[in-house]
Design a protein around this ligand. Structure first.
Ligand code: F6P
Length: 544
């Protein structure tokens, strides 16, 4: 199917037409604001001088309450940041995405992961939002709905089949991180006794470790790859198939399914059960597509639909909330303020729920593969920094590891805490201890400690954002992820990069192919000195 055309003449399909952040007047106004007071901004003084600060800098969005009050911004900063968004016409850029325009210019593709969570044709939006131009996407909507039905019906069949005890998802990047993160997060909604495994690394130890103890007749392999060409996934899939056949496995049609936009390649590989998706779904945005099948098998169709509905509610918020109360945009503006004016090079992420332990890895791909770019949409080298390094670990574990640096290190690292109000367990005391810790960390970062000098001194004034979910369930997880997707869209739109390509991963892939051959042959001709030395050293040892 052809990607959708821009539905309205008012929506430029070519996003290169939009100004970059550094090209609009608000950019220099922000620079002046930073020099005049932003640089020396003190959170403690800001709270002391404004009893309404918490209310002014916190807000509800679907399924998420956000406290932005401990960020180094005041009303003046936010006003200028909003002017920046207006002058870069972020709202028009957003509308272009929601109209099906080819906003992924370098690949000539539309960007419509949001359509995967839009209700089927004939059904009303559960959030009361109808994008302009939706009528032009009727065929895509129908395809999405039909694929979702087929995939969820299949998921229910697998769940009902007690002879299948293990499901192995073979995929990498977006074909691994999303379903893996979400399956862990929603483990309490999963079918008891059904084991989900995720194999991504080309390192054979990973697949070998999973295969040990599996019974081929009780195992379903899902080969997840948007392109169906990714080296790691293809190698793991071939090895899994060889293992299956060597152990007497029968009926590959029943024990292998493929999730891919390249159904022809999957069939050629020998997999006849396939669930497709489309080139307008980026790999790191594909959890909502057939790539979500392992999750759907774990939690069932109704819960998967609740995940989609939660994300849809956040889509509607992003599409319709006024810019000043638009949470994805507000988060992105703070990201730009920190990255480009304060010069903070990284952001820490600490989820205070062990179910969200893979959220940092998932968001690393989302943010850094999307916005880790050094040229704009026209290929011109940017004069400003883009994606920060995103990193993190669940609290409270991180507190006993790297938080030392967050509190007293020489770099300021804005922290993002994700907490969940209600626990799903009944162990006394744990939830209060957990919540007390997240509040204490945010408090310690901001307040610091003046009463002790030297090694015991905490400078304070260290920023943090706190996102709160009432409970961790499919709908709130969907909303949280969609929030992060749209935030990345907004910062990419401001920076002027194409957030939807990933050319930076290509070179290593090409070189690895060449080096793989050289490790067999020992041939080092034409290589640089370091690579040649390593090939000579490792050749022939590495074939196992
Ligand atoms: O190499 C990067 C990348 O293309 C990611 O963007 C993608 O999520 C991952 O590889 C896996 O790709 P595929 O789903 O096509 O196997």
């Amino acid at each position: 199917m052809e990607p959708a055309k821009a539905a309205s003449p008012n929506v430029p399909a070519d996003l290169a037409a939009f100004p970059r952040c550094d090209e609009v007047p608000a950019w220099s106004a922000l620079r002046a604001h930073y020099v005049a007071g932003g640089q020396a901004f003190d959170l403690r003084q800001a709270f002391a001088g404004d009893p309404g600060r918490f209310e002014a800098f916190s807000q509800d969005a679907p399924h998420v309450f956000a406290d932005l009050s401990r960020n180094r911004i005041d009303a003046g900063t936010e006003r200028l940041l909003l002017q920046l968004a207006e002058q870069c016409r972020v709202d028009e850029q957003r509308n272009a995405m929601f109209a099906g325009a080819k906003v992924n210019g370098t690949e000539g593709r539309a960007v419509m992961h949001w359509l995967l969570r839009y209700p089927a044709p004939g059904a009303e939006s559960t959030a009361g939002w109808t994008p302009t131009g939706l009528d032009a996407l009727t065929a895509e909507r129908a395809d999405v709905a039909a694929t979702l039905e087929a995939m969820l019906a299949y998921a229910e069949r697998v769940r009902a089949d007690d002879t299948i005890t293990d499901v192995v998802n073979i995929g990498i990047g977006g074909s691994d991180l999303g379903p893996q993160m979400a399956t862990l997060a929603l483990a309490r909604f999963a079918k008891p006794g059904l084991r989900l495994h995720f194999v991504s690394n080309v390192d054979g130890h990973e697949l070998d470790g999973v295969l040990q103890g599996l019974d081929p007749q009780r195992t379903l392999f899902l080969v997840a790859s948007k392109t169906f060409t990714t080296l790691e996934t293809m190698m793991n899939a071939r090895s899994a198939r060889d293992w299956f056949l060597a152990r007497g496995g029968k009926d590959t049609a029943r024990h292998f399914a493929a999730l891919t936009t390249n159904v022809a390649a999957a069939r050629e590989f020998g997999i006849t059960t396939t669930f497709g998706f489309w080139d307008w779904v980026g790999g790191r945005y594909s959890l909502w597509s057939a790539i979500g099948l392992p999750l759907a098998i774990a939690i069932g169709g109704a819960n998967f639909r609740a995940l989609l509905a939660g994300a849809h509610a956040m889509d509607a918020h992003f599409a319709t909330a006024p810019l000043a109360r638009n949470l994805p945009l507000r988060l992105a503006l703070i990201d730009v303020w920190y990255r480009n004016f304060h010069g903070f090079a990284s952001r820490g992420l600490a989820p205070y729920h062990s179910g969200l332990r893979r959220l940092p890895a998932y968001l690393q791909q989302l943010e850094m593969e999307s916005n880790g770019k050094r040229v704009d949409r026209q290929g011109r080298v940017l004069p400003h920094a883009t994606s920060p390094v995103l990193w993190g670990e669940p609290g409270t574990n991180g507190q006993h590891a790297f938080f030392q640096m967050i509190h007293q290190g020489s770099d300021v690292v804005p922290m993002e805490f994700v907490a969940v109000a209600e626990a799903a367990h009944h162990l006394p005391g744990h939830q209060q201890a957990l919540l007390a810790n997240v509040l204490a960390q945010a408090q310690a970062l901001m307040q610091g400690r003046e009463d002790a000098g030297g090694h015991r001194h905490f400078p304070g004034n260290r920023p943090s954002t706190l996102l709160l979910l009432e409970r961790l369930d499919p709908a709130s997880l969907g909303a949280l992820i969609a929030l992060q997707e749209h935030r990345v869209f907004c910062s990419g739109a401001l920076w002027g990069v194409n957030s939807f390509d990933q050319w930076g991963v290509e070179l290593g892939k090409v070189l690895a192919k060449d080096i793989t051959e050289r490790l067999s042959s020992g041939e080092t001709g034409g290589l640089d000195g370091a690579t040649a030395a390593w090939v000579a050293r490792l050749a022939r040892q590495s074939g196992a």
